[in-house]
Structure formats: structure tokens, C-alpha cells
Design a protein around this ligand. Structure first.
Ligand SMILES: [Fe+2]
Length: 285
């Protein structure tokens, strides 16, 4: 298996391409669609870099995988599917996320509540293949109800569950989030063998420093600032809740959620042919 990472500096997001050397089949995890909320302009620069990598390496895409409905960047899954093919997968608990947010955006006319806009809704412990590689899905709710991890060989792609040891874990104050649930989800990751490589969804390095995208289970157990082997569940919950109390929502929360629930599409144009991003007033925060 080969893993190639890509870093989007604007949203501090990692995208991964996993490929099977024996068959040249591949999957993309968490691709980004560039979006400027002030001008309403989207770009495919980040996605095109990933597409070029796949084409230059003669890879055939089988899957475009989401670890959850992101609240800090837009997904380019649908754009990539249009260009390269592949099936788009996400966790089946997406239905909980849809049930909360679709009424908020009043968008049921172009955002089905049953998740059929995705090609595949993964159950917990479900297995699938990328070429000859077997991938196991592990549901890890807590940051959002629909978060999951993709476990392949000695690597696990964890999205926003646990971050690098210096960063800690994802926040748990989004709708349907829970520090207790996330703590228990993270224990599933930390129960894997010490040498397992953990590929994270974000890093926010200091200016001039390289972002860190991978670490091991052993490193997390020894030194994660929020969930190491010396921290109890109660201590984690208290610290996590304190950190999240009064925290500002992510810059791209509202555009991201509504677009990502449509798999990265901007939705039905109004009578004038223009697509809009909606902002519910005085409903959050
Ligand atoms: Fe997230």
C-alpha cells in the first residue's frame, strides 16, 4: 500500500490517496473544494492537484471516502467523481446529521434525508476493498454522530477524531457531539497495535513549520495532550468540555455543512439560474 498526503493550507486539511501497488487501484480520503466565503467563489485547485497525482501515477479510482460531514471545508467528492469516477462513501449515521441540519437550511428539496446522494453508507465494522487491499470501517462518533475511521493494513485514517499528540482531539460541541462518546471512540483507535500509523485530518502548525500528518498509536498513548494513558475518561470529558465552552464556530461552518450534505454540490439554482449559500440567522452559537 502506498499513502500520499496533500495539505490544504487555507483550511489546514489533509487529503490522502491510498493506492494498492499490485493493482493500481486507489481511493481518495477527504478531498477539498476551495471556497472563498466573502466572494462566494469556489475553485478546484486543491482537487486538481490530487487528480493530477492519480493520472500521473496511472491509478484507477475505486472510492472517494469521507470521514464525516466536515464543518471547516467543502468537499470536492462530486467534482472528483465527475472527472475520474469512483463511488462516494460515508458513515450510515449521516442520517442523524441530515436530520439535524436539513431542517435548519430548509433544503430537503435538494438534500435527501436518507443519504441517497452518497453511493455508499458504511455500517460499523463493514469491510470493502481498494484493489487487493481490505479496508475495515470503524465508527467513531463524538466529534459528529457520523464520524468513522478507515483501517487498512497497519494504517488508520481517523479524520477528526484524534489529532497529533500536540493537538489533542477534535472538538465535541457540534450538534450530536459528545466528549464521552468521542473518548470511547478514541479507545477503539488506541486499542490497535502500538506501531499502527494514525493519519489525521488536520494540523495547524506554527508559521514556518511543516504540518504533521501521521503518528503512531504508541506516541498517542504516551503523549497526546488530551487522551494519553494517564488521563481518565472523566478528566478527558472535563477538559474537552472546558475547551469547547464558548468556542467560536469554524469560519466555513455554514457553507461547508450545507454543501457537504449534498456531497460537495451547491444545490438547486433559483429561478435566475444562480446558486446560493444560505445563512440561518440567530440560530447558532
Ligand atoms: Fe470535522
Amino acid at each position: 500500500m502506498k499513502v500520499q498526503h496533500f495539505y490544504d493550507k487555507d483550511t489546514a486539511t489533509f487529503t490522502y490517496v491510498i493506492s494498492d501497488s499490485a493493482t493500481n487501484k486507489c481511493a481518495i480520503i477527504d478531498p477539498v473544494l476551495d471556497y472563498d466565503m466573502h466572494s462566494g467563489k469556489s475553485k478546484t485547485t486543491s482537487a486538481d492537484i490530487v487528480i493530477k497525482y492519480i493520472q500521473d501515477n496511472d491509478l484507477q479510482i475505486e472510492w472517494i471516502l469521507e470521514t464525516h460531514i466536515h464543518a471547516d471545508h467543502l468537499t470536492s467528492s462530486s467534482y472528483i467523481k465527475e472527472k475520474l469516477g469512483g463511488k462516494i462513501g460515508i458513515g450510515e449515521n449521516i442520517k442523524e446529521v441530515l436530520n439535524f441540519w436539513v431542517p435548519m437550511f430548509n433544503s430537503v428539496f435538494d438534500t435527501p434525508l436518507d443519504g441517497k446522494q452518497f453511493d455508499k453508507l458504511f455500517k460499523d465494522c463493514e469491510k470493502f476493498n481498494i484493489g487487493n487491499l481490505e479496508v475495515k470501517v470503524i465508527h467513531t462518533p463524538g466529534h459528529t454522530p457520523a464520524c468513522l475511521c478507515y483501517h487498512v493494513e497497519n494504517s488508520i485514517f481517523v479524520g477528526d477524531t484524534i489529532f497529533t499528540p500536540a493537538l489533542g482531539t477534535a472538538r465535541t460541541d457540534f450538534p450530536g457531539g459528545s466528549a464521552k462518546t468521542l473518548y470511547n471512540s478514541i479507545q477503539k483507535i488506541l486499542a490497535l497495535p502500538d506501531e499502527t500509523k494514525i493519519y489525521v485530518g488536520h494540523d495547524y502548525p506554527a508559521e514556518g513549520k511543516e504540518p504533521q500528518y501521521v503518528c503512531t498509536v504508541k506516541e498517542q498513548k504516551e503523549s497526546n495532550i488530551l487522551v494519553n494513558k494517564n488521563i481518565t475518561e472523566e478528566q478527558y470529558i472535563e477538559t474537552r468540555n472546558k475547551r469547547d465552552f464558548g468556542k467560536a464556530v469554524p469560519r466555513l461552518l455554514l457553507p461547508s455543512i450545507q454543501v457537504n450534505l449534498r456531497v460537495g454540490k451547491f444545490g438547486k439554482p433559483e429561478e435566475n439560474g444562480i446558486q446560493y449559500i444560505k445563512v440561518p440567522v440567530n440560530k447558532l452559537g
